[in-house]
Design a protein around this ligand. Structure first.
Ligand code: GDP
Length: 298
């Protein structure tokens, strides 16, 4: 038998956060649904998704008395249903090199994620090249070189302030010459000047398409879980700047339980390729919908 809920979402709703061995039942009425909705909003699901989840749980069950264990199972199932279609690892193409453009605001964890991914692909026997496309931030370039050394993967850099597109082109040339399986291109995350950034990203894409009309094969948007609902507007913004094909959510090892991922999946349906769970090279996990739903519900 499933243990009675304690501190999780469902437990708080019925047991007020205390361990309740008697697992009390409560009628699924308007009051309770309103409380549930508030809690889902607080858990970062956003109003729209919280409303939808609550409505789905209410459907056909109004007035029924549910225990915290039952409610927990209902909630977890509902969240897993939303998350299952988006839990998809980065697709691997037979094309060489597969070009992965990595975008996101500064500080979201782009550099770290590129290092972790490079290490995983290297371990899987892939030949990886990284291009340090944020040519304006010297610190970002240095950091990427550190990660490249850790992963045992070459990092192509250019003079500070030089054109990222020309670096991307050179990186394509090298990746092709070396028969690399994967080329990961870091990009700038200056959202202060969106027009510039849009042009910069568009130029990178234009230039690599001269070499391969299908490139980039993936455009990964890296998001920081601790920014909560902000992640939603970052997706909207970056979708205007680039053809985002999938997400990586970082910093899920901290206090953020990543409720915003449910809102993201519900609103955009973009695949979640991986999650960052720490600052070390192995701290990148595949996204598991069921496990995530259970952890979120508590
Ligand atoms: P960038 O500016 O987007 O390239 O971000 P960085 O990769 O430099 O990461 C910014 C900070 O977040 C660094 O201090 C990283 O160590 C940290 N970081 C990145 N991913 C994670 C993660 O999954 N968990 C934790 N705890 N920290 C992370």
């Amino acid at each position: 038998p499933a243990p009675a809920a304690t501190g999780g979402l469902a437990g708080r709703l019925l047991g007020r956060g205390d361990a309740r061995p008697d697992d009390p039942r409560r009628a699924l009425d308007d009051d309770m649904l309103e409380e549930l909705e508030d809690m889902l909003v607080q858990a970062d699901l956003g109003v729209e998704t919280a409303l939808r989840v609550t409505a789905n749980i209410a459907e056909g069950r109004i007035g029924r008395r549910v225990s915290s264990t039952e409610l927990k199972e209902l909630l977890a199932a509902e969240i897993a249903r939303i998350m299952t279609p988006v839990a998809r690892p980065l697709p691997i193409y037979p094309k060489k090199p597969q070009v992965v453009l990595v975008v996101g605001v500064n500080g979201s964890g782009k550099t770290t994620t590129i290092g972790k991914l490079a290490s995983q692909f290297k371990a899987a026997g892939k030949n990886v090249v990284i291009a340090a496309g944020d040519t304006f931030r010297a610190a970002a370039v240095e950091q990427l070189q550190v990660w490249g050394r850790r992963a045992g993967v070459p990092v192509m850099v250019a003079a500070q302030g030089s054109d990222p597109a020309s670096l991307a082109f050179d990186a394509m040339t090298r990746a092709e010459a070396e028969g690399a399986d994967l080329l990961m291109i870091d990009t700038a995350g200056r959202l202060q000047n969106r027009q510039d950034l849009m042009e910069e990203l568009a130029k990178i894409v234009r230039v690599i398409r001269k070499k391969d009309p299908d490139a980039p094969h993936n455009t990964l948007l890296v998001l920081d879980a601790t920014t909560g609902q902000n992640a939603l507007s970052q997706v909207e913004t970056f979708r205007k700047l680039a053809d985002v094909s999938g997400l990586v959510m970082t910093k899920l090892d901290g206090t953020a339980r990543g409720g915003v991922l449910v809102a993201l999946a519900d609103r955009f349906g973009l695949p979640i390729h991986a999650i960052g769970v720490g600052e070390q090279i192995d701290d990148l996990d595949a996204f598991d919908a069921e496990e995530f739903a259970r952890a979120l519900v508590g």
